[in-house]
Structure formats: structure tokens, C-alpha cells
Ligand binder design. Structure first.
Ligand code: NDP
Length: 296
């Protein structure tokens, strides 16, 4: 019987645990504050930002939001970042991607105070993660680790194939699973668009993580019976629904479910975990900046 991993339930457990830590911080006069910055008016980004604000309210994190005109020169965004770096009420913030084409996202990330970089994208934080001394684990990879933990999958000695080598999912997840640590110690294969015979790599894995952005790329024929399948992908495909589309993952759920021992659905798998781990990083940032110890 295949286990369908309920990301909403695991994320709720994490939010419940965080609520206690947030109360501890607030008792010390240190309520965590998270800011979101949105440059432009991309509707999907707007939705993500709204969801993050709702999550903050639920757990007791002060949420702040800054809109930056999509046509403004980059310096306007950089000034916003400088203000947030200086604001003691903001313990962490994110600049929602994508930013408009005339702004270099890497230039944005480099300006974020690394101690407030709750996305974990600043080069200093990337370096620390690779060195096995992560300050903030990037939210999606950390969420994937928590999902594996939730179903008691021990990654030690396992063959993990990650499809996708992006800076926000594939690479940091590969680094985390490779660490000499209780939630690492895996043997990791990272695939990408130039990989030869992708199916051979996924069939050889105990755990497959798909983070590609190609609808239903990984199907049951590419899996060995008993594989744990984590689908990070979120893709809009045309469908006969009220909205005119539906969301599908990078895994063809029905055929993969026939082979997998456990699998995440889309939606309701990794997505809620990414949001929960952003709250986690915000609490961690507040704890470090305010020098108040909390259980994390
Ligand atoms: P990117 O576009 O940054 O990276 C995609 C990766 O997939 C690249 O490494 C690319 O290879 C590889 N790839 C593309 N096509 C193929 C192929 N045919 N075979 C093998 N590899 C391929 O994507 P992201 O990592 O940002 O996102 C991936 C997916 O995850 C998207 O659907 C995104 O929406 C979703 N996502 C979901 C999140 C969540 O919270 N649920 C959070 C973040 C992302 P190459 O490097 O060679 O180009």
C-alpha cells in the first residue's frame, strides 16, 4: 500500500511547534518579524506573498510587506533592502523571485544581510551550508528533509537521485543529503537537462526527488518498486476547470504511485513545507539576533 505523504499535516505540526518557540521569544520582548518584498505585480508572486503573510499571522510572527514598482530602477529595491537590513523589528526577509528583467537577482541577494537571509540564498549562507555549518537551510530542501523524517525514512546509505540542479532546490538539497549528519549520509546523484538516460538514474534510487519544472517528467516506468518519491514541481497545465488550468507535479502521480512505497501529491506535498520552513528560519533568525534560546 503506497503512503501518500500529507505535506499539509506535516507543515501544520511544524507551525504548531513553532508557535511555542514564538511565545518564548515574545515573552522576552522579541516577537519575530518577517518582511516580504515584491517588485512588480506578478499574480503568482502576489499569491505566494499573501500566503506567507497569512502563515505569519497564524503562528504569531509580525509580518511586513513592501511593494516596489516593477519599473523602478534597481536602486529603489536596493534602498528597500538597506532599510530592512537596518530595521531591528525585521529579523528576516525575502525578496520574492522573479524580479523584473532589468534587475540582477544575484545582485539583490548579495545585498541582503546574511543574518536576515531566511531564504538561505546569500553566498555566505550557501558557503556555510556546503561546509556543513548551515545558518539557514533553504526552505524547500529543508522541507523535503522534514517530509522524509515524517515517514521515518533514514537517508543514511540510501541512493538518492535528484532531478534538477537549481540553486534553490537541487543543489542545496544535494549538499544537505550529502552531509555527514543524521539527516544526511546519503549517496546523491544530481541530474539535469544534459543527463544521459535519466531513467537509469532514477531506477537506481531508493529516493527520487523531482525538481524540474517539466510536467509529469518522471513516470512509473522510471522507478523501481518501493522507491520514495518526493515531487517538488508545481506546473500549471491547461485543464477544463473554473480557472482553466490545474496544478501538476514533475511526477506522473498515478503511474508513479503504482511503484512508490511513499509519494507526495501536488498540491499538498512539498509546497506547504516550503512555507513552514520559512517560518522556521524566521524564528531561528529572531532567536539568534535577540539572543533568546528556543527549541528548534
Ligand atoms: P529551475 O528551472 O531553476 O531548474 C530546473 C532544473 O531541471 C534544471 O537543473 C534543469 O537542467 C533541469 N531540467 C529541465 N528539464 C529537464 C529534463 N528534461 N530532464 C532533466 N532535468 C531537466 O527550477 P526550480 O528548481 O526553481 O523549480 C523546479 C520545479 O519546482 C518547478 O516546477 C517549480 O515551480 C517547483 N518549485 C516548487 C517549490 C515548492 O515549494 N513546492 C519551490 C521551488 C520550486 P539545467 O540545469 O541543465 O537547465
Amino acid at each position: 500500500m503506497t503512503e501518500i505523504i500529507d505535506g499539509n499535516a506535516v507543515a501544520q505540526d511544524i507551525r504548531d511547534e513553532l508557535t511555542d518557540s514564538i511565545e518564548t521569544l515574545a515573552d522576552d520582548g522579541a516577537r519575530p518579524g518577517l518582511a516580504t518584498v515584491l517588485m512588480g505585480d506578478d499574480p503568482a508572486s502576489q499569491t505566494y506573498v499573501n500566503m506567507k503573510q497569512r502563515d505569519c499571522e497564524e503562528v504569531g510572527i509580525e509580518s511586513h510587506h513592501v511593494d516596489v514598482d516593477g519599473d523602478a530602477p534597481p536602486q529603489v529595491l536596493f534602498d528597500t533592502i538597506a532599510d530592512l537590513n537596518d530595521d531591528p523589528e525585521i529579523h528576516g526577509y525575502i525578496v520574492q523571485a522573479p524580479v523584473p528583467d532589468h534587475v540582477d537577482y544575484r545582485d539583490v541577494i548579495r545585498r541582503v544581510d546574511p543574518t536576515k537571509d531566511v531564504d538561505g540564498f546569500h553566498p555566505e549562507n550557501v558557503g556555510r551550508l556546503v561546509a556543513g555549518d548551515a545558518r539557514f537551510r533553504p526552505c524547500t530542501p529543508h522541507g523535503v528533509q522534514k517530509l522524509l523524517e515524517s515517514i521515518d525514512v533514514d537517508t543514511e546509505g540510501k541512493d538518492v537521485t535528484i532531478v534538477g540542479r537549481s540553486d534553490i532546490v537541487g543543489k542545496p538539497l544535494a549538499n544537505l543529503l550529502l552531509q555527514k549528519a543524521d539527516d544526511g549520509n546519503a549517496t546523491v546523484t544530481v541530474c539535469h537537462s544534459r543527463t544521459n538516460d535519466l531513467g537509469a538514474k532514477t531506477r537506481n534510487a531508493d529516493i527520487v526527488v523531482a525538481a524540474v519544472g517539466v510536467p509529469e517528467l518522471v513516470d512509473g516506468s522510471m522507478l523501481t518498486a518501493g522507491t520514495v518519491v518526493i515531487d517538488v514541481g508545481v506546473n500549471r497545465v491547461d485543464a477544463d476547470t473554473d480557472k482553466g488550468y490545474e496544478l501538476v507535479g514533475d511526477v506522473e502521480f498515478e503511474s508513479a504511485k503504482e511503484k512508490a512505497s511513499a509519494i507526495t501529491p501536488v498540491p499538498g506535498g512539498v509546497g506547504p513545507m516550503t512555507r513552514a520552513m520559512l517560518l522556521y528560519n524566521t524564528v531561528k533568525a529572531a532567536s539568534m539576533q535577540e539572543d533568546v534560546a528556543v527549541d528548534l
